[in-house]
Design a protein around this ligand. Structure first.
Ligand SMILES: *Cc1c(COP(=O)(O)O)cnc(C)c1O
Length: 391
């Protein structure tokens, strides 16, 4: 298996065939497992026999998804979780304790910010938020008790790119762990562990599923770290359901084809938007004008499906463009075959102060599009309807 190329691993790894000889991955819908004898049960419970006990601990379908995703991220081990948020929570609960300090990018998923700012803080974990760029800001925020650096690259919604190698060097120098949420790129486009990250986080809900059906997540890293995360899951319970793992296994088979298509369409849409007279600025790392373009080229094999742009005007004009769409779905989700459009300032980023929004570049005239798999001409026409009405 190790010698196979990435696309082959996406289809072939993580399969354990049952005695029925099924070709597609089997869906093991069972909460518990039976033992041959009392002695056998005892051995399972002590761990001397490594087999299944209970599906909060292990499930063959979930393990298939974990093994396949681990192969695709180049990770020693993977722990599947009930959602992307529980992947982050499990990582924190397993690896942090009261009195520890975390430095987190300001430009992360809104709920991730709440998890750190409210819930981790409630349990005595100190958190500092810094802009994703530059690295110096992170260095200045670090303390003697800093245990974890947390970021997303590309960032949402402005597609800023972090230099993962520099961040890994910084983390290492302080004995801290670098955690990268790889949701936007998926392992088809970027493998953070290869750039020195210690842990990769996924919301499987997004591109790993790819069709907006199931909620799930994953944590990846070396065996020792993942044993600690698995320990938390076993005792505290946010495990992935077997059914969702089965859906994600199917999603992984087509991941590279979909990410190529998302990226190609996003590139075309970004280029077209850049030339539109009613568009003030476009944020997409695939554009040569983007400050993170060279770094994105080094770290990613393509630029992904998410872009944002500023229309000429303010909130009213942005809303006009969004409300004129008929094809795109007005929803904050992303990573779907269906293109989604959202106004970050009044939705995904509405809970942070107006000042913080401005600092982060989330202006009132900004629109985010997560490009799906529809025909690109239909997507252009959908945005052109509103944009042309602004002039
Ligand atoms: C959606 C998302 C999450 C949270 O994942 P859920 O599966 O919704 O819990 C975390 N990080 C990023 C970047 C996301 O887009």
């Amino acid at each position: 298996m190790d010698e196979l190329h990435w696309q082959s691993l996406a289809v072939r790894s993580g399969i354990t065939r049952s005695p029925e000889g099924e070709h597609s991955e089997a869906l093991f819908m069972t909460s518990s497992y039976v033992f041959d004898s009392a002695e056998h049960a005892a051995a399972r419970f002590t761990g001397d026999d490594p087999g299944n006990v209970y599906s909060r601990y292990t499930n063959p379908t979930v393990r298939g998804f974990e093994d396949r995703l681990a192969a695709l991220e180049g990770a020693e081990a993977c722990v599947a979780t009930a959602s992307g948020m529980s992947a982050i929570l499990s990582t924190c609960m397993a690896l942090l304790k009261a009195g520890d300090h975390v430095v987190c990018s300001r430009d992360v998923f809104g709920t991730t910010r709440t998890l750190f700012a409210k819930y981790m803080a409630n349990f005595g974990v100190e958190v500092s938020f810094v802009p994703l760029l530059p690295v110096d800001g992170w260095r200045e925020a670090m303390q003697d008790n800093t245990k974890l650096l947390y970021l997303e690259t590309p960032s949402n919604p402005l597609c800023e790119i972090a230099d993962m190698q520099s961040m890994a060097t910084l983390a290492q120098s302080a004995g801290a762990l670098l955690v990268v949420d790889n949701c936007f790129c998926s392992p088809a486009l970027q493998q953070p562990l290869a750039f020195g990250a210690d842990i990769v986080i996924h919301s499987a809900t997004k591109y790993l599923d790819g069709q907006g059906r199931c909620v799930g997540g994953a944590v990846l890293g070396n065996q020792d770290l993942m044993d600690q995360v698995l320990g938390f899951l076993r005792s505290c319970g946010p495990t992935m359901s077997a059914f969702n793992a089965w859906v994600f296994l199917k999603g992984l088979e087509t991941l590279s084809l979909r990410m190529e298509a998302h990226s190609a369409s996003a590139m075309q849409l970004a280029t077209w938007l850049q030339s539109h007279p009613q568009v003030e600025a476009v944020f997409y790392a695939g554009l040569e004008s983007h400050p993170g373009h060279a770094l994105a080229k080094k770290q990613q094999s393509a630029f992904g499906g998410v872009l944002s742009f500023r229309v000429r005007g303010a909130q009213a004009e942005a809303w006009q463009v969004i409300d004129a769409t008929r094809l795109m779905s007005l929803t904050a989700n992303l990573g779907d075959a269906k293109t989604t459009v959202v106004h970050p300032a009044t939705t995904t980023h509405s809970r942070i102060s107006a000042n913080e929004r401005l600092e982060a570049g989330i202006t009132d005239n900004l629109i985010r599009v997560a490009v799906g798999l529809e025909n690109i001409e239909d997507l252009k026409a959908d945005l052109a309807r509103g944009l042309n009405s602004l002039g």
